[in-house]
Design a protein around this ligand. Sequence first.
Ligand code: ZN
Length: 309
Amino acid sequence: MLMENSIIYTVRGPVTGSELGFTLPHEHIMVDFGGAETAGKHRYDASNVIEVMQPYLQDLLDQGAQTLIECTPNYLGRDVEIFRILSERTGLNIISNTGLYNNQYLPSYAHDSSAEKLADGWILEFEHGIERTGIKPGFIKTAVNPQPNVLDLKLIHAAALTHKATGLTIATHTCTAVAAEKIVAVLETNNVNPSRWIFVHAHLEPDPSRLITLAKAGVWIELDGLAWGGDAEHAQTLLKLLDKGFEDQILISQDAGWYNIGEENGGNIIPYTRLKEEFLPLLRKQGINNDIIEKITCFNPAKAFACRN
Ligand SMILES: [Zn+2]
């Protein structure tokens, strides 16, 4: 598949894979940890969020990045109108999502709805845009517990159905290989190729041999916790994956940001600039050449988030 032919939906409309450039595949602009019962636009002042977050995005852009993938799901702080304004003002591509998180961040209807019914709602967001904005989601975001429960796996089933109807990639907050293996089983039962799924927070799995097994099954291994330290551990896991020949299935990001709703001016915000400033020099020091770095930071995200079945 040529990058020029692949389509990815940003909050300002579709772009081709080659237009993504240097991409951070897992970051947050705004998060509301209040829970699904209270979440909503009444909880924050959009103009303050924009004013606070714009300089952080500008710093990232000034480093040469072109795309930020915003991984905050609905009921947890997803506001595509804010993202569109920030994208228009800075020129940075921002990609949002459809789907749902887990536990207290799930609205009550998610407990009672079937996977098919949940998928219908997500497909509608893709076809008509999110919350009457006309803005399409660029991927499907879900989350599971370290030991996924029945409800978690129902949401994965809904994500599989949504993927088949839309071609959107699925990214799941997963953390453990045991959860990843259960997710892959649900995807395969629904005839979704594991290569259309991203194992989010894969760096938290302590056993690299299990990551290798999952990579062999075709999944994307996302090492995305650089905002929280552990650069050496991220690099070690990445080197092991490279050593086994999986350079085409690695994504790296920071999980940085964000405007924390409920805190004055968003509280303590972690900049988006660490990956380029600290982690890439560390990789170069360990002998990883620029071709590989370009593949992992530009080409792989374009391939991973391409909208296709
Ligand atoms: Zn995250």
